[in-house]
Ligand binder design. Structure first.
Ligand code: NOJ
Length: 453
């Protein structure tokens, strides 16, 4: 069962929904330039117009209200607020988010604001972006602008979204800007700068916003026990979840490397053995800044893999069954036990209320002859995951909130508009919105605090 004040919500991100990319003084972000280069994004799609939320935010907030949404996680486009990343603030950018925040509050919806969801200002990328040690100060200055302008009404913040995805995997595989193909020796200081940026942003927010709650929203490679009643399998899943994943593709999916410094004030010992040599000078002192007290532990969780032990008792990853269920985008992650065990393991380790800040399913949705969008697979996926999360709560985990990804179909990065994660179907030519069956279903879940599951 979920606690009485459980936070139910939906989530989006600026570049994925806003559009208005070249309007009202917004500066370019790395995603604008990435989309301009042919071959980077499927079918040459761009976020230039996206869902046109920039012009339709009132309609979107009205839909939220109609669908019973009480909490909305969205991100701010850094280059809309500060076009060059540092320096002059764009009043039109401030005005847009002021209007959005006021509209949300007028409709009884609490804003959960993410400061950075991957859209680095291009002007800063030109100066090295997250590789540049000054980035943490630039990010802190931006956080201060956010706090000073919105902190009278916004009280819930996440600093950075899925640094693992942004900095690591996709960069290395070329699916995200700046396609740097970083080697590990560069990755480690880049991650360190990012953690430091988080810490400095938390300080700036605390100084400018009274009574706020702050976290950051990483992701990870999660494992659950093959046999939930077998303590060896549980231990194997725990170990794998926090392991030093020391292959080249590894650090970006690493849970502990990205979260221990923030929540525990130290890099994990096991990992340091391999990575310490790459950390910048003075990293031990930086840990004090990185380790700011946080109010909750946010995580984006889509799935995980089963774990057991081999005959010598070592943890092993169990391959998914032949013909396993998968999402429309191919991810083999219809593995609801992952959310339950991730919540358990994260709570044990970091001892903070767990907020799932993203969870959802890509599906091949279409408008059927009756003019509706029926998405039973998504309902089934969400049902299984939310139920599994409630089991973690039953086992004593302080589960504080759940945000479905995503409120509406949107620009799925290098996959373009091909993959639909929304509970609202979007026509990308007319910008018509149609709530899918899952949106009405989720309304009943929120209304009953999950007790109808
Ligand atoms: C994680 C990211 O934060 C979000 O931007 C993305 O659309 C979803 N996962 C689905 O891939």
């Amino acid at each position: 069962m979920f606690k009485k004040d459980f936070v139910w919500g939906v989530a989006t991100a600026a570049y994925q929904i806003e559009g208005g990319a070249f309007e009202d003084g917004r500066g370019l972000s790395v995603w604008d330039t990435f989309c301009m280069e042919p071959g980077n994004v499927k079918f040459g799609h761009t976020g230039n117009f996206a869902c046109d939320h920039y012009h339709r935010y009132k309609e979107d907030v009205a839909l939220m209200k109609e669908l019973g949404v009480k909490n909305y996680r969205f991100s701010v486009s850094w280059s809309r607020i500060i076009p060059d990343g540092v320096g002059e603030v764009n009043p039109k950018g401030i005005e847009f988010y002021n209007n959005l925040i006021d509209e949300l509050l007028a409709n009884g919806i609490t804003p959960y604001m993410t400061l950075f969801h991957w859209d680095t200002p291009q002007a800063l990328e030109d100066r090295g972006g997250w590789k540049n040690p000054d980035m943490s100060d630039w990010f802190a200055q931006y956080a201060r602008v956010i706090g000073e302008n919105f902190g009278d009404r916004v009280k819930n913040f996440m600093t950075i979204n899925e640094p693992q995805s942004y900095l690591g995997g996709y960069n290395n595989r070329g699916g995200m800007p700046p396609k740097a193909g970083y080697e590990k020796r560069f990755m480690i200081p880049i991650i360190h700068n990012t953690l430091l940026a988080h810490g400095k942003a938390v300080i700036a927010l605390r100084e400018t916003v009274k009574d706020c709650k702050i976290s950051y929203a990483p992701c990870g490679d999660y494992f659950y026990p093959l046999d939930e009643n077998n303590s060896a399998d549980i231990e194997a899943a725990r170990k794998l979840t926090f392991r030093a994943n020391d292959n080249f593709d590894g650090p970006h999916w690493n849970v502990a490397w990205y979260a221990d410094p923030i929540f525990l004030g130290k890099y994990p010992e096991e990992h340091l053995a391999g990575y310490e040599q790459y950390l910048p000078k003075g990293w031990q002192d930086d840990l004090k800044i990185i380790n700011q007290p946080l109010d909750f532990c946010a995580q984006n969780i889509y799935g995980g893999r089963p774990a057991t032990t081999d005959k010598d008792g070592n943890p092993v990853i169990v391959p998914l069954k032949v013909g396993f269920s998968r999402m429309a985008n191919g991810w083999g992650v219809v593995t609801p036990k992952a959310i339950k065990w991730a919540a358990i393991f994260l709570y044990e380790r970091y001892k903070k209320p767990i907020f799932i800040t993203e969870n959802g399913m890509a599906n091949n949705d279409t408008v059927t002859l009756d003019g509706k969008v029926h998405d039973p697979q998504r309902i089934d996926y969400l049902h299984r995951y939310i139920k599994a999360l409630s089991q973690a709560a039953d086992m004593g985990v302080d589960v504080g909130g759940y945000f479905q990804w995503s409120f509406m179909d949107n620009f799925e990065w290098a996959q373009g508009y091909n993959e639909r994660f929304g509970m609202i179907w979007v026509d990308y030519e007319t910008f018509e919105r149609i709530p899918k069956d899952s949106a009405y279903w989720y309304k009943t879940v929120m209304e009953t605090n999950g007790e109808n599951l």
